[in-house]
Design a protein around this ligand. Structure first.
Ligand code: ADP
Length: 493
C-alpha cells in the first residue's frame, strides 16, 4: 500500500480541475503537467505545483510520454492521473509510468492492452458469450477481402480504425460501389491518425441507442457496476448530452447488460473506473467497446449513485478501496449532463476562441458545474473546444430536463460563442423529452445550423455595453475586432 502525498495530473481543462478537487478532498497535493498554452486556466491556478512540459502542440506536451513522466518525477509526485483523452488509454504510457517507479491511476497496462484494443476486446467478449454487432475483425486486411466481408454482412456497414477512438476514423458504407474507396480511405486515415492502418467492419445499426455501464474494480480485483448511462445524443459520433440512468432499459435488460459489463471487465482483470459501451436496438444489446479510463460523463453516475469516482480511483491505486458488500447500491433520481463547447451554433458549430468575458453559472440545489476556465482566461484553438459541463440532478427525468433548461437559460458566457442555444433546442425536442432518441437523433432533426435569435432592444443594449466594458478592460480600441456585439456574445433566452 502506497500513500500518496502528491499526484501529477497529465491533463488539462475541466478534468484537471476535477482531479485537483479529489486530491484536495484526500489531503493530497497536486502537480499540474501543462503546456505553454495553458497558463490561463483554473487548473493552473488551483494546483499545488505546476510544471510546464512543452509547447502547445499536443504531440510535444500532453501526448509526450517522456515529458509527462519527467514532469511527474521533477514535481515529486508518486502517482499520475491521466484524466481522459490524451494518454489515458495508452498502454505504453501506463507501462513506462510503472517502470519509472510511479503509480498509474487506472487499470494496468495489460488490462488496457486486452480491453482497450477494440479487436482484442471483441475476441474476449465472444469467448464470454457477450453479443457483438455482426462484423469482421480479422487479420486479413486486403481490400478485396474486406469488400467481400462487407457484402456478406450486408449494407449499411461501418468501417472503423482498430486503434481509433473519440468518434474519429469511422466511415459509413451504404453500397458496394463505394465500399473499396471508403475502406481504402479509412485505412489511410487510420494510419495517419492512430499509427496503424488496421480496420474492422460492423453492421451499421440505424436505430440504436448508446447505453453504457460504469464498472469499477476495487483493490482486491472485485468488479461491480454502478448502473448505466444513456448517451444517444451524439453529433458525428461524439456525445453531447448524457444521462443516468437510461430511460430505455427494462429491469431485465439492465440486469443482463450489467452482468455482461462485469463479466468482460473481470476477464480483463479490471482495477479502477472503466466503462463498457453497448448499442441497444429492438431490445437486443451488442457490446461496442470498453473504455479503460474515467469517462467525460462520469458525473451523472456520481449524482445518482452518491459516489465520488475520482476519489475511488485514487484510493484504489493506493490499494485502499474495497467494495462494501453491505452497501446497497441503487440509483436515486435522475441526472443529466450537457457538454458546453466553445463553438458557434449559428455557423454549424465552428470553434469559437478568444478572451472570456463575464461568466455566470447559476448555483442552486442539484446543480453542478465542472469548468476549466474563468473570466479573463483565453480559449485557444489548440485543444478540444469543450470548456465546461453542466450537470443537474432531480427526483425524476422530466424534472431534471426542466432544471437543465432553466439552468442553461440562466447561464452566461461572454467573449466566445457556446453551443448553449443548441442544447436548449435539443432538450426541448419531443423525442428527447420522450426518451426515444437514437444515435441518429441529431442528424435527423438538427443537421443544419440554428437560426440566429432576434434580440430584444434591451438585450442589444446589454450586449453592446458588455462588449464595450470588455474592450476597455483589455485595452482594445473601439475600431478593432468584431463590430457586432452579438458575434461575441450569447446569453440563453
Ligand atoms: P469511438 O471509440 O471512436 O468512440 P465507438 O465504437 O465507441 O467509437 O462508437 C461511437 C459511436 O458511433 C457510437 O456511440 C454510435 O453512435 C456510433 N456507432 C459505432 N458503431 C456503430 C454501429 N455498428 N452501428 C451504428 N452506430 C455505430
Amino acid at each position: 500500500m502506497t500513500k500518496f502525498n502528491r499526484i501529477a495530473i497529465a491533463n488539462r481543462g475541466e478534468v484537471a480541475v476535477r482531479i485537483i478537487k479529489a486530491c484536495e478532498e484526500l489531503g493530497i497535493e497536486s502537480v499540474l503537467l501543462h503546456s505553454e498554452a495553458d497558463i490561463e486556466s483554473r487548473a493552473y491556478r488551483m494546483a499545488t505545483k505546476t510544471i510546464c512540459i512543452g509547447p502547445a502542440a499536443t504531440a510535444e506536451s500532453y501526448l509526450n510520454i517522456k515529458a509527462n513522466i519527467n514532469g511527474a518525477l521533477a514535481g515529486g509526485a508518486q502517482a499520475i492521473h491521466p484524466g481522459f483523452g490524451f494518454l489515458s488509454e495508452n498502454a505504453d504510457f501506463a507501462e513506462e509510468v510503472a517502470q519509472a517507479g510511479l503509480i498509474f491511476i487506472g487499470p494496468s497496462s495489460e488490462t488496457i492492452r486486452s480491453l482497450g484494443d477494440k479487436v482484442h476486446c471483441k475476441d474476449l467478449a465472444k469467448k464470454a458469450g457477450i453479443p457483438l454487432v455482426p462484423g469482421y475483425q480479422g487479420e486479413d486486411q486486403k481490400i478485396s477481402k474486406l469488400i467481400q466481408k462487407a457484402e456478406k454482412i450486408g449494407y449499411p456497414v461501418i468501417v472503423k480504425a482498430a486503434a481509433g477512438g473519440g468518434g474519429r476514423g469511422m466511415k459509413l458504407i451504404l453500397n458496394s460501389q463505394d465500399a473499396g474507396e471508403l475502406i481504402e480511405s479509412a485505412q489511410r486515415e487510420a494510419l495517419s491518425a492512430f499509427g496503424s492502418s488496421k480496420v474492422f467492419l460492423e453492421k451499421y445499426l440505424d436505430r440504436a441507442k448508446h447505453i453504457e455501464f460504469q464498472v469499477f474494480g476495487d483493490s482486491t480485483g472485485q468488479v461491480i457496476h454502478f448502473f448505466d448511462r444513456e448517451c444517444s445524443v451524439q453529433r458525428r459520433h461524439q456525445k453531447i448530452i448524457e444521462e443516468a440512468t437510461s430511460p430505455s432499459l427494462t429491469d431485465e435488460l439492465r440486469r443482463s447488460m450489467g452482468e455482461a459489463a462485469c463479466a468482460i471487465a473481470t476477464m480483463g482483470r479490471y482495477k479502477g473506473a472503466g466503462t463498457v459501451e453497448f448499442l441497444l436496438q429492438d431490445n437486443e444489446f451488442y457490446l461496442l467497446e470498453v473504455n479503460t479510463r474515467l469517462q467525460v460523463e462520469h458525473p451523472v453516475t456520481e449524482e445518482v449513485m452518491g459516489i465520488d469516482l475520482v476519489k475511488m480511483q485514487i484510493l484504489t491505486a493506493q490499494g485502499e478501496y474495497v467494495h462494501d458488500p453491505k452497501h446497497i447500491r441503487l440509483p436515486r433520481g435522475h441526472s443529466i449532463e450537457c457538454r458546453i463547447y466553445a463553438e458557434n451554433p449559428f455557423l454549424g458549430g465552428v470553434p469559437s476562441t478568444g478572451l472570456l468575458g463575464q461568466i455566470h453559472w447559476p448555483e442552486g440545489p442539484g446543480r453542478r458545474y465542472e469548468y476549466g476556465f474563468d473570466q479573463g482566461d483565453t480559449i485557444t484553438p489548440f485543444y478540444d473546444p469543450m470548456i465546461a459541463k453542466v450537470i443537474v440532478w432531480d427526483e425524476n427525468r422530466p424534472r431534471a430536463i426542466q432544471k437543465m433548461l432553466r439552468v442553461l437559460k440562466n447561464s452566461t458566457v461572454f467573449g466566445v460563442h457556446t453551443n448553449i442555444p443548441y442544447l436548449i433546442e435539443i432538450l426541448s425536442h419531443k423525442e428527447f423529452v420522450m426518451g426515444t432518441m437514437t444515435t441518429r437523433f441529431i442528424e435527423t432533426y438538427f443537421s443544419e445550423s440554428l437560426k440566429e435569435p432576434e434580440l430584444t432592444d434591451l438585450e442589444k443594449k446589454i450586449a453592446q455595453s458588455a462588449l464595450m466594458q470588455l474592450r476597455q478592460q483589455n485595452g482594445v480600441s473601439e475600431s478593432s475586432g468584431t463590430a457586432s456585439p452579438w458575434s461575441t456574445f450569447w446569453r440563453g433566452v
